[in-house]
Design a protein around this ligand. Structure first.
Ligand SMILES: O=S(=O)(O)c1ccc(O)c(O)c1
Ligand SMILES: [Fe+2]
Length: 351
């Protein structure tokens, strides 16, 4: 069906809401360890923000029985965009609801949808303002996190998800392809950096991760050292390292419920209309880690289930092709585009 309604003018990825089974344990991870600021909290939920952020929150931790993604929030340019969003998604024929201010604490009137690729998404403009701690160096930890940067979602059909987000007006900065018309991953943006959303091929709809940005790499390294010092190094899943895609320095952590958080810094500007798309070959071992490090299996296969607008788990389907299998040869070694020559010392590449 041809879409006649224009999409809402999305500014950026703005907040996520996680269901966590132990609010105190989650509070330790996000406040005591990562240093996020508490804007509001009660027995049911904690509303958190990072130092550069002046809106009420960029992360909500809500107590529940099963870990899940409850919502992804995008900020739109004005309240007028709520009518645009409502018309756009009703025309797409998905579950579309207008919710009053305060439905999410700190957020104004909003439009909530279960989007065409199965995710619970909220579009909002109005939000309570709070103190911006950009220069409150007196309270920043050595691992200070600046802001939420992006969402990454696991989807069984990256092409369909890519088409949906292109329709929503998102640009494409980078992709992982194989030259045989298969799209394994895509990075898409509204703000002028590498992505607000990344699409990762896998069982979905599930949340792969939410990423927060730091100003510099040393802040990421400090979090690693703190986890080692505390004997809590098991929260480190992948990295630290340098991404091929995005060129960012990264670290992946798993929170007490298994939700994946990336700490990320130093990607690049994508704001000119002729910004070139960087296309990676799925067999290029530098794509995920520019230094050729292998990707731990859990990073490809584990993710957080998503809820629908009534809080029920969204059924998950599997992709036809899995990057983890395509980029690893039959002998269990990762393959390279350099005519598949073997580097014996890269034994670590064996899956
Ligand atoms: O691992 S990748 O280099 O593909 C990558 C690039 C950017 C990201 O934000 C990410 O999570 C993963
Ligand atoms: Fe990421």
């Amino acid at each position: 069906m041809a879409v006649t309604q224009p999409p809402p003018d999305v500014l950026r990825a703005a907040y996520a809401e996680f269901i966590v089974t132990d609010l105190a344990a989650a509070r330790w991870f996000y406040v005591d360890l990562l240093g996020l600021l508490v804007t509001a909290e009660d027995d049911e939920a904690i509303h958190l923000r990072a130092y550069e952020e002046y809106l009420h929150h960029s992360l909500v931790l809500r107590r529940g029985t099963t870990p899940a993604l409850a919502r992804l929030g995008y900020r739109v340019r004005s309240n007028a965009e709520l009518d645009v969003a409502e018309r756009y998604f009703r025309e797409l024929g998905v579950d579309t609801r207008r919710v009053p201010a305060g439905t999410c604490r700190g957020i104004g009137e909003a439009v909530r949808v279960q989007d065409p690729i199965g995710f619970p998404v909220e579009f909002f403009y109005d939000a309570e303002h709070t103190e911006r701690f950009t220069q409150r160096y007196d309270v920043h930890g050595a691992n200070a996190i600046s802001r939420l940067d992006h969402f990454n979602v696991a989807v069984p059909d990256v092409k369909a998800a890519h088409a949906y987000y292109r329709g929503l007006g998102f640009g494409v900065s980078e992709t992982i392809e194989d030259g045989a018309d298969n799209l394994y991953a895509a990075w898409m943006f509204r703000k002028q950096t590498v992505h607000d959303i990344a699409l990762t091929g896998g069982d979905g709809p599930r949340l792969h991760h939410v990423a927060f940005a730091t100003q510099e790499r040393h802040q990421i390294l400090h979090t690693c050292d703190v986890l080692g010092a505390l004997g809590r190094e098991h929260h480190i899943e992948r990295g630290p390292g340098r991404h091929g895609v995005s060129n960012a320095f990264y670290l992946y952590l798993r929170d007490p419920d298994g939700h994946r958080i990336e700490i990320y810094t130093s990607d690049y500007y994508t704001g000119d209309p002729d910004n070139p798309v960087q296309r990676w070959d799925v067999h290029d071992n530098r794509r995920r880690s520019f230094w050729g490090h292998s990707v731990v299996d859990s990073w490809y296969y584990e993710a957080s289930t998503a809820l629908d607008l009534d809080g029920k788990q969204v059924p998950v389907t599997s992709p036809e092709k899995r990057e983890a299998l395509v980029s690893v040869g039959a002998d269990g070694f990762s393959v390279s585009t350099e005519n598949n020559e073997r580097h014996p010392f890269k034994i670590g590449e064996q899956v």
